[in-house]
Design a binder for this molecule. Sequence first.
Ligand code: ADP
Length: 215
Amino acid sequence: MVYKIELNKRQQKIIEIVKDHGPITGEQIADQLDLTRATLRPDLAILTMAGYLDARPRVGYFYTGKTGSQLLTEKVKKIKVAEFTSMPVVVQDSATVYEAICTMFLEDVGTLFIINKNGHLAGVASRKDLLRASMGKQEINSIPINIIMTRMPNITYCYKEDFLLDIAHILIEKQIDGLPVVKRSQNESGLEVVGRITKTNITKAFVELAHDEIL
Ligand code: ADP
């Protein structure tokens, strides 16, 4: 998709016509531009989907009065975690720090989610947690990861239905790189890790927005 915050000339003209004469039918807009209704259809679809125009059946097109930046803000606020979540990388709480380090390298992530024997979220281990553990005098082959991880209930997590913008605020405020995306387990006794949201996902969302054809 190609980003078009710059609408083309014809689209701008359509907006002007609807501003001045709305509600106005597609047929009437086409007449004013000396074009066929079919030629205008894609432009009208784009302008409606982007939120510049509103279409009501049997009445016609209205101008919504929203600017490009207002529409962009609305769109940013609507993005849900589910649209940008990645696969989580989880490690059992019985694993050693050494095994956790190997997983972090192999899976190429910066944050590991630690689960207990029931498969529920027990903690988080970040790069620096593992570095810190490696710098001490302890033997990383024998210390379990659950000794050094940040543990529940101090874990910040989110759900697929949450808004990505809220998560971005949380990451900044808590100064962390990522959050586990969870769902309640069937018997409600814990949280299952179903995804991962990191600063990288949010960067991807940002780039995708800039390439979105319809704002
Ligand atoms: P790093 O420490 O490698 O820079 P972070 O900034 O993400 O990575 O982590 C900082 C600290 O916060 C670490 O001790 C880590 O265990 C903890 N942490 C990371 N993510 C979370 C989270 N979602 N909830 C609670 N604590 C977290």
